[in-house]
Design a protein around this ligand. Structure first.
Ligand SMILES: *Cc1c(COP(=O)(O)O)cnc(C)c1O
Length: 462
């Protein structure tokens, strides 16, 4: 076996800026120790997100020049619509400026206060949009998802028994929609099997519940199905993806992930009446139905991205490069969620810093330390993101897990960048016993992780 190489060469480069440890300490203080509040130019390797950070191809840039900016009926829309119909198969395409706008339009159209929406694991914006319309977001991950160190292939699956239980408990009238997120981003970036999608779809349809897919990373999920699910290895990724979507009534999509674009998204559906209501709302908040908050050139970039993202040379390299980071960290003894996900490696902050209790925010400590050590920016997915302050008692409640996600932008970093990240994390790991916790000094009501301020409970940076 030869080295798996990047299946591209570099035509345009973007310098990244080196900083000193003292500068980074100052930057962190100015940002209230919240890595979301750092200036990107002060970050060396930015693994905050894989969202909107992809490098576009020469073909995408060429398509951007073909973008037609007609307010209504742009050919760019029809090119995107044709590709979405071919790959996703849904009847109606409703473009939006990004994934959460698609979520808002979907949930505010189908949900009423008191409703319940099941998902394998809601992504943060998905949960927030469900809750914003007064419905309850319920996560039903399989129990294996909790076995963080076990490299099982489909830990992103939904617990079908728990779904049946929920339907029996709250009644179908209160479940206007059921979703499954591929790959399961907040659940460690783990894939969902074809068998699980099929089964969840069958349970939904048996009860007359519309089944939707949060499809942000459908191509990475399809490639992991091809690699790891029995009987799938001979099929093309496109064929597998089409089958996945064939079980659903619609989807939401952020083109900032597997659209290989820097902005954009859509909601798609087979339901004519719903599409009509969604378009009305779209006109109110996003724009005319053939551009939905995007420029024509963005629609073109997404249309081409949706061609390129299913190329198997690309996916082979993509999954191998994420696994490379995970395997090297594992070899250094660093605890990560196993196996590495499709788009990210998740450091297990609870195991990394076992002496820091959840309410002292071990993931926040780790994220701040990675930046201090080497200018590497990851993101806490733990008590800061998913814990809450009980509105009645004022008591702080921990999140279900303590992770730091290192998301890998698509086609952006090379192997030596990843080697550097491994060195930074290993250095922090070696001094883990001297690392303590944090407390939050300022927080917003919703999605607090984006803007919160923190204060270290130990001698940070000394
Ligand atoms: C990114 C993401 C979203 C929201 O998309 P945006 O484009 O960031 O608004 C929804 N669900 C999942 C699983 C995501 O990863």
């Amino acid at each position: 076996m030869k080295t798996i190489i990047e299946p591209f060469r570099i035509k345009s480069v973007e310098p990244i800026r080196m900083t000193t440890r003292a500068e980074r300490l100052e930057c962190l203080r100015d940002a209230g120790y919240n890595v979301f509040l750092l200036r990107a130019q002060d970050v060396l390797i930015d693994l905050l997100t894989d969202s909107g950070t992809s490098a576009m191809s020469a073909e995408q840039w060429a398509a951007i020049m073909r973008g037609d900016e007609a307010y209504a009926g742009s050919p760019s829309f029809y090119r995107l619509e044709a590709r979405v119909k071919e790959l996703f198969g849904f009847k109606h395409l409703i473009p939006t400026h990004q994934g959460r706008a698609a979520e808002r339009i979907l949930f505010s159209t189908v949900c009423r206060p008191g409703d319940v929406v099941p998902n394998n694991t809601h992504f943060d914006t998905t949960r927030a949009n469900v809750e914003a319309v007064g419905a309850k977001a319920v996560d039903l991950p399989v129990p294996e998802s909790q076995r963080r160190q076990d490299p099982l292939p489909f830990k992103g699956n939904m617990d079908v028994g728990a779904l049946r239980g929920l339907i029996a408990e709250v009644g179908v009238e209160r479940i206007p929609i059921c979703m499954i997120t591929i790959t399961n981003n907040s659940g460690g970036g783990q894939p969902v099997s074809l068998a699980n999608v099929r089964e969840v779809s069958a349970v939904c349809h048996e009860h007359g519940i519309p089944f939707y897919i949060d499809a942000c990373r459908f191509a990475e999920n399809a490639y992991l199905i091809k690699l790891n699910e029995a009987g799938q290895s001979e099929r093309s990724v496109e064929e597998i993806a089409r089958e996945v979507f064939s079980y659903a009534d619609g989807c939401t999509f952020s083109a900032k992930k597997d659209g290989l674009a820097n902005i954009g998204g859509f909601v798609a559906t087979n339901d004519d009446r719903l599409a009509e209501q969604e378009r009305e709302l779209l006109i109110l908040t996003e724009g005319f139905p053939t551009y939905g908050g995007l420029a024509g050139r963005d629609l073109e970039a997404i249309a081409v991205g949706l061609q390129e993202v299913v190329h198997e040379d690309y996916l082979h390299y993509r999954l191998a490069s994420v696994r490379y980071l995970g395997d090297h960290l594992t070899a250094a003894g660093v605890p990560i969620v196993q196996p590495p996900g499709g788009h990210a490696v998740y450091l297990d902050a609870a195991a990394f810093l076992p002496h820091v209790p959840p309410l002292e925010l071990p993931g926040q400590s780790l994220a701040a330390e990675l930046y201090l050590e080497g200018g590497v920016r990851g993101v806490e997915i733990g008590t800061v993101m998913f814990g809450r302050r009980d509105p009645e008692t004022g008591e702080d409640l921990p999140g279900p897990m303590e992770l730091v996600r290192l998301a890998i932008p698509r086609r952006v970093y090379t192997q030596s960048h990843v080697d550097y990240v491994v060195e930074v994390i290993t250095d922090v790991y070696h001094r883990r016993e001297s690392i303590g916790g944090f407390r939050m000094t300022r927080q917003a009501e919703v999605l607090r992780h984006f803007t919160a301020w923190f204060e270290p409970l130990y001698a940070f940076g000394t």
